[in-house]
Design a protein. Structure first.
Lengths: 253, 330
């Protein structure tokens, strides 16, 4: 089992604390969703946990090894990181973008081994983008691009996935489609930590909700335990009703 | 797929064809039989001298300089994720020629001929390092280009200062020739002095090309894929510095070559920055050598400088790419 364990993590930039005493452990077998308002430190937490930015103190360990000290390719074989979508520098072919998921294995996207080609094809078909594989990325819609990036992430076959707002800017149908993909990836024995802004989606898909406010984790548990009107008022400063996994937002507090 | 596979062999063939034409054409054209005779050592002494001491080194020099600039351009574009990046535009060649001029001016080259490539390379490395450092701190392409313009202007200012203080008209004319860029009157020894640095730089750029494919996704996603960003930056900076610096040491400042070749190559290699390095280098080599042949046979009173011709073709291409950038990119 692969486990990423963050202990007493503290991050600050120019004397402004961004994260304080974060302790968190994510592993295979569950889909965790990280929630928190803008500026609460979600992206910073992901980056620091992956060792991509400097931390003030604390540790982040992948199976008892310091993540920041691991060679990037070793880390990438265990944790696939999907940051917020950025414009591509060049309009590559869809299949080449998915093949980049095998980068940590030293694969050359132009000359894939037959094993890599099978894995890439499987990822492409699991995300339902076979018909797009020979298209250029700049010809795709937002929903199609999001699925390509999912396929790329799945092609890494990493047991853990960390994704930063993978459904941002997608219409509701594509939001469900993309989260279904993550859910079935987790069902195959993997784990995922996903940042979301949509509370209803979070309530529907999460095995576990991690609530971040002002750089601190204020709650961590199943949706039934942690999703309450008080918590929504405290973390998001909204007035909301919670019935089962349904949330009705009445307005800002 | 067949297009990718054929592109490199075609360009390799074009390189050899250009080298051959470079030996044939000049103020006095020579026939194929005389070239073969001269190359194999069976021709007249005169032919052998013209080929081995004048035309072949000159053409070889143009090919190598083009290759170095083409590869540097393609690699810098991949690293900085920007089709407008190029050693000339980013001030790398100007900074390198400043250092080269400085070494000539203060007599370093009189101490040892190797001083010239060393100084040129150090100059180029200073510029590429500043650029890579800027690229870490800013995501803005505009900022990066502006820093390049700044490096270029500052180097040009120092260059003017050196010219201003030139002790005699001959030194001044030497410097101007240097800045205009040319491969005329280069000997095989000149080529052999710079070639190892160019080839080393080229090898470094070629070996780290796959990281450039990963950088297509952006720096954060690329490191998420397992790319060692710091190492990738270092290798491209050192590789482009070596290749560009060595090319300046032999041909002076020749700009814009590194922007045109990758732009033309990209559609044939599915826009993959890794696959564009080698064909960009080859195409730039052919381009520069052909331009140099045209200069030789053009009936102009003063022979045109290669750098001037390259800029006359390359600068409009730069403007065209800059205008169309928003449309072609994702």
């Amino acid at each position: 089992m692969t486990k990423l364990a963050v202990q007493d993590l503290k991050v600050q930039i120019d004397n402004t604390p961004l994260l304080n005493d974060i302790s968190l452990s994510i592993g295979t077998g569950e889909l965790s969703i990280l929630l928190g308002p803008n500026g609460s430190g979600k992206t910073t937490l992901l980056r620091a946990a992956l060792g991509l930015i400097k931390k003030q103190s604390g540790t982040s360990k992948l199976n008892d090894e310091d993540v920041a000290a691991l060679p990037p390719s070793i880390r990438a074989k265990s944790i696939a990181y999907l940051p917020q979508m950025q414009q591509l520098a060049w309009p590559l072919l869809v299949k080449d973008i998915v093949a980049l998921g095998r980068f940590a294995y030293g694969s050359n996207i132009n000359k894939l081994t037959s094993k890599d080609r099978d894995i890439v094809y499987e990822a492409i078909s699991s995300c339902d983008i076979e018909h797009l594989s020979n298209r250029r990325m700049n010809t795709l819609s937002g929903g199609e691009k999001a699925r390509v990036h999912c396929a790329r992430t799945f092609a890494s076959r990493a047991p853990l996935i960390i994704a930063d707002e993978p459904v941002a800017a997608l219409d509701p149908r594509h939001q469900y489609k993309v989260l279904d993909l993550f859910k079935s990836y987790v069902a195959q024995g993997n784990g995922a930590l996903i940042v979301l802004h949509d509370l209803s989606l979070a309530a529907k898909y999460a095995d576990r909700l991690i609530w971040l406010k002002d750089g601190q984790i204020v709650a961590d548990g199943s949706p039934t335990e942690t999703l309450t009107p008080q918590r929504l008022a405290d973390v998001y400063q909204i007035d909301a009703e919670v019935v089962g996994s349904g949330i009705t937002i009445k307005g800002a507090v | 797929m067949t297009k990718d596979n054929l592109l490199t062999p075609i360009l390799v063939f074009a390189i050899f064809l250009t080298l051959f034409c470079g030996c044939m054409l000049g103020s006095t054209p020579m026939g194929v039989d005389r070239i073969i005779g001269g190359l194999t050592g069976n021709g007249s002494i005169g032919d052998q001298i013209v080929i081995w001491q004048i035309r072949l080194p000159r053409t070889l020099c143009a090919v190598l300089v083009g290759m170095a600039l083409g590869a540097s351009g393609a690699a810098l574009q991949g690293l900085l994720r920007n089709p407008l990046a190029e050693p000339g535009v980013l001030g790398v060649t100007t900074c390198s020629s400043l250092a080269a001029t400085f070494s000539i001016y203060y007599g370093m080259t009189a101490i040892s001929p190797i001083a010239l490539p060393i100084f040129s390379i150090v100059g180029a490395l200073i510029a590429t390092s500043i650029l890579a450092f800027t690229a870490i701190r800013t995501q803005s392409v505009v900022t990066l280009i502006l820093v390049g313009v700044g490096i270029s202007s500052l180097s040009a200012a120092f260059m003017s200062l050196l010219m201003n203080m030139a002790p005699n008209p001959f030194a001044l004319s030497d410097m101007i020739n240097w800045m205009l860029g040319s491969v005329a009157n280069r000997s095989m020894d000149d080529v052999l002095l710079s070639a190892p640095f160019m080839l080393l730089g080229f090898a470094i750029l070629f070996l780290t090309r796959h990281g450039l494919s990963a950088l297509t996704l952006g720096e954060e996603a690329a490191s998420g894929l397992g790319l060692n960003l710091a190492r990738q930056r270092l290798f491209v900076v050192v590789g482009a510095g070596l290749a560009t610096g060595a090319s300046v040491s032999i041909a002076g400042a020749i700009g814009f070559v590194g922007i045109v070749a990758p732009h033309l190559v990209r559609p044939f290699v599915q826009y993959d920055p890794a696959r564009s390095i080698l064909p960009s280098a080859l195409l730039a080599g052919v381009f520069l050598a052909v331009a140099d042949i045209l200069i030789r046979i053009a009936p102009t009173q003063n022979e045109l400088k290669l750098g001037v011709v390259a800029a006359l073709i390359g600068a409009p291409a730069f403007i065209w790419i800059a205008i169309h950038r928003g449309r072609t990119n994702d």
